[in-house]
Design a binder for this molecule. Structure first.
Ligand SMILES: [Fe+2]
Ligand SMILES: [Fe+2]
Length: 152
């Protein structure tokens, strides 16, 4: 996995809360892809952190259209299902491969840099105030008689 010089493969989304949660999850995934243990304990810890993070994003999704919200939620459900499947495998005592950890990492990076960036941008736009519209300027564009009548 290549790391950009700014400290990691994740593009900041612009949301401090979401970026901090991404960073914690990336730390867990990095330990696994660096050759650390990938057993039931590590996977369960990852699942807890990821589920909490997805709950944070669900709150932000109120600004999305229903179709986009469902697509994003479906992606989250699918990732949690992948982790659950790996937990079952690990609990059976079957060894997990480096590829399993790499796939978890790759999904997380791609999802964070696309769907999550889109989500934060949508939330930011929803919070933008409309431009101020000056009534005086509008009145100035009227004829004098109308203007005086409206200002009186
Ligand atoms: Fe995320
Ligand atoms: Fe997400």
């Amino acid at each position: 996995m290549t790391h950009a010089s700014d400290g990691g493969p994740l593009i900041p989304t612009g949301s401090g809360v979401i970026d901090a949660e991404h960073s914690s999850i990336l730390d867990l995934l990095s330990a696994m892809t660096a050759g650390g243990p990938v057993g039931p304990a590590e996977l369960t810890a990852l699942r807890l952190e990821v589920a909490e993070h997805f709950a944070t994003e669900t709150v932000e999704m109120a600004v999305l259209t229903a179709e986009r919200r469902e697509r994003h939620e479906q992606a989250h459900r699918s990732y949690l299902a992948s982790i659950d499947a790996l937990i079952v495998t690990a609990e059976r005592g079957d060894p997990l491969t480096g590829d399993d950890a790499n796939r978890l990492m790759l999904w997380f990076i791609v999802h964070s840099n696309t769907a999550d960036t889109e989500l934060v941008e949508a939330a930011r736009r929803a919070g933008d105030e409309p431009p101020m519209i000056s009534m005086d300027e509008w009145l100035d564009s009227l004829g004098e008689a109308d203007r005086d009548a409206l200002r009186s």
